[in-house]
Design a protein around this ligand. Structure first.
Ligand SMILES: [Fe+2]
Ligand SMILES: [Fe+2]
Length: 389
């Protein structure tokens, strides 16, 4: 698919309808690898696609120009979802690579770059490609140390690479056409950019000086009518502000921890706290993280198995630990048989993440909780928002 987004500027990305896993991120809606082509005195390709879609990418380029005629390839980011097709396209075109020093170093660690020609740019540098000027702004750690964005001054387009992306495969290209685009963008933020969120305000600041008519990310839809909103959302998501919302994440062996979870949830709902509950065996980790992003309370429940946490919960805890969400109030709960263990493991993770911890004796239960115990769990949920840490 090819779409003209401005005169002589084209979206020529590849839609990956089939991808369901992206470095631990489940992608039930697929994804896209967005490349862009600018036809000026120089023909410029901005970013490429995963290696297994190189033929589709070259076919798209061929609808606009002869792929041999590409003069420059801008590499905003070396991760292989954007650089995987480079070797073949450089081989066909002999194009020079425009990138920064760090990205060059990363490219050399990924590919045989011996015969590649590089034009190295620093943050703020500009290159004329004819009628147009491309300006490069470094955005390290959004998503890797090598990241940068490219701004086309005359057309007021920001090619933002991973920033502002969404994992969604769609035949539609613009923000106003893609269903649930903000939910896709939020999930992407919570699972890709969250650990580096403290850098977002600087980027938002740098963008304030640019007139932007289109934000063209490297995944998902192009922002055209909702640019102000998505920048605002990024500032909000990176702020660590929370809603009066609890996310309960749990798993269960014989329904005992399940009963505790449901009783606590009921109490929370009755106290007016918004609740989301996820079973770790049934829910993608990334869906849970999107829920946690703006939640005040994170309640994690696990049965004890061999004095440890239940494996699907352990997987989630490791995932969450790496993403370093902002400060929350943490509650650990779960049933056990002859020895406790799971809640201690959960609390250790809360401590590493600097969560406040609320404890109560009703939160653990030997074998099966009786009605009296569940009443206490209900009361605990009902009163949680009044407790101090
Ligand atoms: Fe990336
Ligand atoms: Fe990416």
């Amino acid at each position: 698919m090819v779409l003209k987004i401005k005169d002589d500027i084209y979206w020529i990305g590849v839609i990956d309808w089939d991808i369901r896993e992206f470095h631990g991120y489940e992608t039930p809606s697929g994804s896209t690898y967005n490349s862009y082509l600018i036809k000026d005195e120089k023909v410029v390709l901005i970013d490429t696609a995963k290696h297994y879609l190189v033929d589709e990418l070259i076919m798209g380029i061929g609808k606009v120009v002869n792929p041999e005629d590409i003069d420059y390839i801008v590499v905003n980011h070396v991760e292989m979802d954007h650089s995987g097709s480079l070797e073949k396209i450089v081989e066909i075109s002999g194009a020079k690579i425009i990138t920064n020093e760090k990205a060059k170093e990363h490219l050399e660690l990924h590919y045989n770059t011996k015969n590649w020609e590089f034009i190295i740019v620093d943050s703020g540098e500009e290159i004329s490609i004819g009628k147009r000027t491309l300006k490069f702004i470094r955005t390290p750690m959004l998503h890797w140390p090598d990241n940068m964005v490219t701004y086309c001054k005359e057309d007021k387009i920001l090619f933002s690479n991973d920033a502002f992306g969404q994992h969604v495969a769609s035949s539609e290209r613009y923000d106003y056409e893609i269903e649930d685009i903000f939910n896709h963008a939020k999930e992407y933020f919570a699972n890709i950019l969250l650990p580096y969120r403290m850098l977002i305000p600087n980027v938002a600041n740098a963008l304030k000086d640019l007139e932007i008519e289109l934000i063209c990310p490297s995944h998902g839809g192009v922002w055209k009518e909702k640019i102000g909103e998505i920048i605002e959302k990024y500032v909000e998501w990176s702020s660590d502000n929370v809603e009066n919302k609890a996310v309960i994440v749990y798993d269960t062996m014989y329904k005992s921890t399940h009963k505790l979870a449901y009783a606590i949830a009921e109490g929370l709902i009755d106290s007016g706290v918004k609740v989301k509950m996820y079973n770790t065996s049934e829910t993608p980790l990334n869906t849970i993280m999107a829920g946690i992003l703006d939640a005040k309370y994170v309640l994690i429940g696990s049965p004890t198995l061999n004095t440890n946490v239940y494996p699907p919960v352990a997987k989630f805890l490791k995932y969450m630990e790496g993403l370093k969400p902002g400060k929350k109030i943490g509650v650990a709960f779960g049933s056990y048989g002859w020895a406790e263990g799971a809640t201690e493991v959960i609390k250790e993770v809360f401590k590493k993440l600097n969560f406040g911890i609320i404890e109560d004796e009703c939160l653990t239960c030997k074998f099966v909780p009786k009605e009296e115990h569940l009443k206490k769990c209900y009361e605990f949920g009902k009163n949680l928002s009044t407790k101090d840490i």
